[in-house]
Write a protein that binds this ligand. Structure first.
Ligand code: DX5
Ligand code: ZN
Length: 225
């Protein structure tokens, strides 16, 4: 059975205190730290890049789950590998022509390859990447339009999660956008096991409680499925 992974999105953290925010999340029970890398082109927002990952890596051994919302993901593989990223999840919309090369390069740099899709992109677009002899190891289903934290969860994306889980029982399936105590049961029962949560965790008075609630929902759904 796939393991539940709770990944607070550091986009909602206090960036001026990134190392201590990361440590705080790990103390609160986070499994992964979700790092949103945006280039101001693929999405209308600009966040962090390899230099920040490199700085953070000096302060933590945690799994850095990097979500690349960039137009040219290939350009980021070497710098992020060197910086100490753990997972490298690119968007299919930005890699239609070079995903094979991307996956190979990501693996050769010691990172775990993942692919993400925007709400308007059909799940079928991912099948070649999952069926390849060198497949991606994680699928990140966006449950908001990528670019910003604090948006409303799109329940209609759960059909994608259900379809994926049915076809790939041991795949890491991640959801990202609007996840929190009021939406987690929809994602967990659909079959998601990796849960990204930004504003619901960082905005909580007790983040540890939110993280454990998210985990429990995934565990409970796995027991009954
Ligand atoms: C949005 C990012 C998310 C974002 C999630 O494009 O990919 O990771 O930080 O934030 P919340 O949980 O607040 O929707
Ligand atoms: Zn993200």
């Amino acid at each position: 059975m796939v393991k539940p992974k709770i990944a607070p999105s550091m986009l909602s953290s206090d960036f001026s205190n990134l190392a201590s925010e990361a440590e705080r999340m790990l103390q609160c029970g986070a499994d992964w730290l979700h790092m949103d890398i945006m280039d101001g082109h693929f999405v209308p927002n600009l966040t962090i890049g390899a230099p920040v990952i490199e700085s953070l890596r000096k302060h933590t051994k945690a799994y850095l789950d990097c979500h690349l919302m960039v137009t040219n993901p290939l350009d980021y593989v070497k710098p992020l590998g060197k910086a100490g990223a753990s997972g490298f999840t690119f968007h299919i919309e930005a890699s239609k022509d070079n995903w094979k090369e991307l996956v190979q390069l990501i693996k050769s740099k010691g990172m775990t390859p993942g692919v993400s899709l925007k709400p308007g992109t059909p799940i079928e677009d991912l099948y070649p990447l999952l069926e390849d002899e060198n497949p991606v190891e994680l699928v990140l289903v966006m449950t908001v339009e990528p670019g910003f934290g604090g948006q409303k969860f799109m329940p209609e994306m759960m059909d994608k999660v259900r379809t994926l889980r049915k076809n790939y029982p041991s795949l890491d399936i991640e959801v990202d956008g609007g996840l929190g105590p009021s939406t987690i049961d929809m994602a967990a029962s659909a079959g998601a096991n990796c849960i990204v949560a930004g504003s619901s965790v960082f905005g909580a008075s007790d983040p540890a409680q939110v993280i454990s609630l998210l985990r429990k929902s995934v565990e409970d759904s796995q027991k009954t499925s």
